[in-house]
Design a protein. Structure first.
Length: 332
């Protein structure tokens, strides 16, 4: 038996009318939104989510889908259809920076006036419909308790103190959040949460530029909250201040020295102390320096002499404090 060449055999087989099963048509339903987030900020409800880029079958969405965002009070007994029928539909272009329909993969950001729902609990949800009108349904639901707009903090200002940078502002409220950015001011971190309109930031670095903003907030159930608008930004480059005079200077005679001790300064930038000595009633001259430990041993004192001592604190920027109260001692 003579074998046919492989190429010819393939050609003959192709002409035998063998046909593969037809592919199942794609349903082209956009995937469900699962990252819907909403919060009240000032007089608006801020809503954000990502428009799906793929269908439920994992295929890239080709045509621009239709976004349906709604906000409204939920019925006493939850019924999704009843809620959807009564909820307010928010125009799709409100969530697009360009004012155009939201494209697949776009990040949607809505700022919806909240006044009509003040004092009510509302539900926000969004669905996406394909070009064929099909949808997988509503996204995750977000519940909100809408309140009257909170005071936006104003008159934010700061002052360098021994404990750090003290910030103060004006606003009614019982909960405030302090945000700080440094460097290029592109990223803010929450550095404090307080119940009074003041906060001292102990972690500043002198000579570094900072930008601060403050926000009022009200905690709500289920780890939710309502927020005020952020305050105007406050810029400052803290510089060290001269420390205060050391306190409670004491002098005690020892066999070969006069031992001095005092209360350490509270300023975080104090790096050491200077010791001054003179005769009672006379001028004081610097006789030595010490590190941050508040004590000094004067081993140059002579027996049979009377001395007067004072100390000062020295900060990292070389600023020197006023002298402490003096203390007199006779060295027997």
């Amino acid at each position: 038996m003579r074998l046919l060449p492989l190429a010819l055999a393939a050609t003959l087989l192709a002409g035998c009318g063998y046909v593969a099963s037809p592919l199942t048509p794609l349903v082209n339903i956009p995937a469900r939104i699962t990252d819907l987030a909403a919060i009240q900020r000032g007089g608006d409800i801020i809503v954000q989510f990502t428009v799906p880029r793929l269908t439920t079958e994992g295929v890239e969405i080709q045509a621009t889908p239709k976004v349906d965002l709604r906000i409204g009070p939920g019925p006493t007994t939850w019924n999704q259809d009843q809620w959807a029928a009564l909820a307010k539909r928010i125009p799709e272009t409100d969530g697009s920076p360009s004012g155009q329909p939201l494209a697949p993969g776009a990040f949607a950001h809505y700022e919806v006036p909240a006044a009509e729902w003040a004092g009510k609990d509302v539900v926000a949800a969004v669905m996406v419909l394909g070009a064929n009108g099909k949808t997988v349904g509503w996204s995750n639901l977000v519940n909100l308790s809408v309140i009257a707009p909170l005071d936006r903090p104003s008159n934010l200002k700061g002052q360098v103190t021994p404990g750090g940078l003290r910030l103060t502002w004006q606003a009614r409220g019982e909960h405030f959040r302090v945000l700080r950015a440094g460097g290029t001011f592109e990223h803010y971190d929450v550095v404090g949460t307080v119940t009074q309109p003041e906060y001292t930031d102990p972690s500043i670095q002198f000579g570094t530029a900072y930008r601060y903003m403050v926000q009022t907030f009200v905690p709500q159930s289920a780890n939710r909250e309502a927020q005020s608008e952020l305050s105007e930004a406050y810029n400052i480059t803290p510089e060290p201040i001269a420390p205060g005079a050391p306190k409670d200077l004491r002098a005690v005679p020892a066999p070969n020295s006069i031992e001095l001790s005092w209360e350490g300064n509270p300023e975080p930038n104090v790096t050491g102390y200077r010791v001054y000595r003179g005769a009672p009633g006379g001028a004081l001259q610097k006789i030595g320096e010490t590190g941050p430990v508040p004590s000094y041993s004067d081993q140059t004192a002579r027996h049979g002499q009377n001395y007067r001592y004072a100390v000062t604190a020295v900060a990292s920027g070389k600023q020197e404090s006023p002298q402490s109260a003096t203390v007199d001692i006779g060295y027997p």
